[in-house]
Design a protein. Structure first.
Length: 176
């Protein structure tokens, strides 16, 4: 079994891919997405971090986070998100008890510079189009893209003419 080595950069920005167990479609409706949104909000109250970009697809999540200055513990945050989500989704009877919700590990990439940061945020936002879930980025409801359009960071029609740069490795080696 390979040795997984994570990069911990205090106050760093990171790109994540988090996948559901056996790529089962878990995030399929407003109830499952709202539950995730509430869990993330609760974890952020305990252990703050900035959500720079986020997209939820049926069987995986892509996110870019920035941790507070001096903080390196994204693993604890993901652990709390996964454990709390699992507990709450089972309690809500949206999945059966004892059925795993998450793949064992998540993939992270330490953002190197502004260009890398922008490329990964673009990738997060274009992902639903890449997977054929939406014809336009703006059509996918479960994305922080809409927040960034309101902030004036992206035009509403962004992604209509963007080609995904497959030469740049994003996500897992075999991106979901």
């Amino acid at each position: 079994m390979p040795n997984y080595v994570r990069t911990y950069l205090p106050g760093g920005s990171f790109f994540f891919t988090v996948v559901t167990h056996q790529r089962k479609s878990v995030f399929v409706n407003d109830a499952t997405i709202d539950l995730l949104r509430n869990v993330v909000r609760d974890v952020r109250q305990q252990l703050p971090f900035t959500v720079d970009a986020w997209v939820v697809l049926p069987n995986h999540i892509h996110a870019v986070w920035t941790l507070p200055e001096g903080d390196t513990d994204f693993s604890k945050r993901w652990g709390l998100i996964e454990a709390t989500y699992t507990k709450r989704i089972v309690a809500s009877r949206l999945v059966d008890a004892g059925v795993p919700v998450w793949q064992q590990r998540f993939w992270e990439h330490c953002i190197r510079d502004d260009k890398d940061f922008a490329a990964h945020i673009d990738y997060v936002y274009i992902n639903p189009v890449k997977h054929g879930l939406a014809s336009r980025v703006a059509d996918w409801p479960w994305s922080s893209f809409h927040r960034d359009v309101q902030r004036g960071l992206y035009p509403a029609n962004w992604g209509s003419d963007v080609a995904v740069d497959e030469s740049h490795q994003y996500g897992e080696p075999n991106d979901p």
